[in-house]
Design a protein around this ligand. Structure first.
Ligand SMILES: *Cc1c(COP(=O)(O)O)cnc(C)c1O
Length: 365
């Protein structure tokens, strides 16, 4: 069986180094917001090419803390509208709602699965105050267009970069293409911890200062609480593990692109629509997502041939039970995507033999 994502194999090469880190953190006796977190914050800020990185509990919290930080700064207020794609992972939308802001859903482009800048322009109102751009599946959203719209309309731009660590375009790198960006280090992400983890990155020093405080009970000085904060800190041990993995991120992303290149050039089947990619580093292939009309049939066929696939995602947010008010809304492009997408195995540890086998099985379908 070729597994969709072999996390054990991804982490295996680090086993000895992880154990040494565990030992040193243990011996250090400092388990929360210690030197590993600080080191990671510096390393990851450098990696993204930004001034500040704040390690937090997970990717969802990273997004929420950005919005709450801007509310604290007076740049956003309760009821402001935030434009976001209708076909994102639920976390993007939950973050907006949980910050007392109003998500305004817009259609993506079918080809890239990313937010359609024209749809953004159509949904602007006097209440629009921010755009949340998701780099879905690892491919950068059209940030030049989005930033132009934002500049013309005085909007904040926030990146949901949870799937796009290290993606680069001529305009910059994921994390430095907006006012502030959120990352997740959930184990399955391109840079994954051995548990939950997340980070905010930004060049905005005022925002960074507030988020450093908000993640830690709204307190900078122990037992002095300036803000109504939360407890959402990047774990010391996870930071230690991430410090070991970060130096290999670019190499891992390159490996993912090589797998993608094989899929794109060698899968030849009229029943399958391959994803768009301009062959640059603007895609880090967190996921390799194809489309096909009879998706469940193809998934069963692949499974019968020993190939595990996943669906990202089977139900669009506006059709979720949690958002019953939205269930009557219609987003045809989004719904088509959710009905047709299938994610092929994708990771830096897939072997050439595995990739060739997957291609061969798909070409026989
Ligand atoms: C994973 C993910 C998140 C949330 O990250 P967690 O660490 O699981 O909270 C947010 N947005 C997108 C697009 C994601 O893929």
């Amino acid at each position: 069986m070729i597994s969709f994502l072999d996390l054990k194999k991804i982490n295996e090469p680090y086993e000895t180094a992880f154990q040494e880190k565990l030992k040193s953190v243990l011996e250090d006796g400092w388990y929360i917001l210690g030197k590993e977190v600080t080191a990671f914050e510096n390393n990851f800020a450098n990696y993204c090419g930004v001034k500040h990185c704040i390690g937090v509990g997970n990717g969802l919290d990273a997004l929420i803390l950005i919005f709450k930080g801007y509310i604290q700064l007076g740049k956003l207020k309760k009821g402001d509208e935030v434009i976001v794609t209708a076909n994102t992972y639920i976390a993007s939308i939950l973050a907006i709602l949980q910050s007392d802001l109003v998500p305004v859903l817009v259609e993506p482009k079918l080809e890239t699965y990313n937010i359609d800048p024209d749809s953004v322009s159509e949904k602007l109102t006097s209440k629009t105050k921010a755009i949340l751009a998701v780099h879905l599946y690892g491919q950068l959203a059209e940030m030049d267009m989005i930033n132009t719209i934002a500049n013309q309309n005085n909007l904040l731009v926030i990146e949901d970069a949870a799937q796009a660590h290290g993606a680069i375009s001529g305009f910059g790198k994921s994390g430095n293409l907006s006012d502030a960006a959120a990352f997740s280090f959930y184990p399955g992400k391109n840079l994954g911890a051995l548990g939950d983890g997340g980070a905010v990155v930004t060049n905005d020093s005022e925002l960074a200062k507030i988020i450093f405080s908000l993640r830690n009970y709204g307190s900078e000085k122990k037992y002095h609480n300036e803000f109504v904060g939360v407890n959402s800190r990047l774990d010391e041990l996870q930071a230690a593990f991430l410090n070991l993995k970060l130096p290999n991120l670019d190499k891992d992303n390159q490996k993912r692109r090589e797998v993608a290149k094989s899929y794109l050039t060698e899968i030849k089947n009229d029943k399958i629509t391959l994803p768009f990619w301009d062959l640059t580093e603007n895609h880090v292939f967190h996921l390799f997502v194809i489309r096909t009309e009879n998706r469940d049939h193809l998934q069963q066929y692949l499974s019968d041939n020993g190939i595990q696939t996943m669906i990202h995602y089977p139900i669009p947010p506006h059709k979720q039970q949690a958002f019953s008010d939205w269930n009557i809304l219609s987003f045809p492009v989004t719904e088509k995507i959710h009905n047709e997408v299938l994610s092929l195995p994708m990771s830096p540890v897939l072997t050439n033999d595995q990739v060739n086998f997957i291609i061969e099985v798909l070409n026989r379908y």
